[in-house]
Design a protein around this ligand. Structure first.
Ligand code: NDP
Length: 300
């Protein structure tokens, strides 16, 4: 069944095809990677570190390594046993920091219990931090300085700018305040001159806040939490949530945080799940690797 056929055609909202847009981003990255290789005598390089055998993480890592290869980026996968110690992991990060073939370092999260994620993130050279999680990059984003930006919110921003052009003055509401999606999303929208409100589990009048939004970005992790009454007519709605649900017949499928059928009646444009933000996240990881490669070569 095709991606589109899984979703009823929205009666009013346009479908934002993140899958197609991500393919365009990867093509642009491929062209930039070829130019980089021609002028530097090597491909840009991405190290991907996976600790343990979490099934979902293994799928993500395989996708990242395959798409890197297709875009002309050399990948250096490091698949470590679940009983890897903090010292061993930090020693690997140290060696990747020092490896000139490596422009980007991605440590697949979550790490197994017992490993200190913050310490691992802080050990990564900020110039190679293609996830944009290092406190230096978080601070730069907050200060409006050029930085490596977390991939999912960056993907959201690119989709919004492609659809809406200049975002200045638009009212944006971000639902969720995690360090990997909600907070950096709010910062990016603020830096793009939106008027930004971030709401979360303790917010009051969630529906009323959301209904003010020209741009609504939802990153909660609860299936269908955003219904039609949360959406301003004509709003652009990005659904970051990925939730696995099982129906009465026992069939599993992925759904977002937005009630797609209901939102389609009200929104101006809407991303589907799957096929919306997910593909943009990996495309932006590759884009960040190119950004890191170029910045390192300029610095060197
Ligand atoms: P987190 O669990 O870290 O954060 C969830 C946020 O939602 C929190 O800020 C929480 O508030 C808020 N929240 C929870 N319940 C409510 C509620 N009832 N009303 C309002 N806000 C609420 O999740 P992530 O940000 O990591 O991920 C969010 C979703 O996005 C998940 O489904 C995840 O799988 C998906 N995701 C998708 C990606 C992609 O590539 N498409 C990439 C990353 C994530 P509080 O802070 O108060 O607890």
């Amino acid at each position: 069944m095709s991606e589109r056929a899984e979703h009823p055609t929205p009666s009013s909202a346009a479908l934002i095809d993140g899958k197609a847009f991500a393919a365009r981003v990867r093509e642009e990255v491929k062209t930039m990677a070829q130019d980089f290789a021609a002028s530097h005598g090597r491909q840009p390089g991405l190290a991907v570190v996976l600790v343990g055998s979490d099934a979902a993480s293994q799928v993500y890592v395989r996708t990242k390594v395959r798409q890197a290869g297709e875009a002309g980026i050399a990948s250096f996968p490091h698949l470590l046993d679940a009983d890897t110690t903090q010292a061993q992991l930090l020693a690997l990060i140290e060696s990747l920091n020092a490896d000139d073939r490596v422009d980007g370092i991605l440590v697949q999260l979550p790490l197994p219990a017992g490993l200190d994620e913050s310490a691992v993130i802080e050990a990564i050279d900020p110039g190679k931090d293609v996830d944009g999680f290092h406190p230096i990059n978080v601070g730069r984003l907050s200060a409006g300085q050029p930085s490596l930006v977390p991939c999912t919110p960056l993907g959201c921003l690119l989709l919004l700018q492609d659809r809406l052009g200049d975002l200045s003055g638009l009212k944006a509401v971000v639902v969720g305040r995690s360090n990997i999606v909600g907070k950096p999303m709010g910062q990016l929208l603020l830096n793009a001159n939106c008027t930004v409100t971030t709401v979360h589990s303790r917010s009051r009048n969630l529906a009323e806040e959301c209904r003010q939004a020209d741009i609504l970005v939802v990153a909660v992790g609860r299936p269908g939490i955003i219904g039609a009454d949360y959406i301003k007519p004509g709003a652009t709605v990005l659904d970051v949530g990925i939730n696995r649900v099982v129906d009465d017949a026992g069939n599993a499928r992925l759904v977002g945080d937005v009630d797609f059928a209901a939102a389609s009646q009200v929104a101006g444009a809407l991303t589907p799940v799957p096929g919306g933000i997910g593909p943009m996240t990996v495309a932006c990881l590759l884009r960040n690797t190119l950004t890191a490669a170029r910045l390192r070569s300029q610095a060197g």
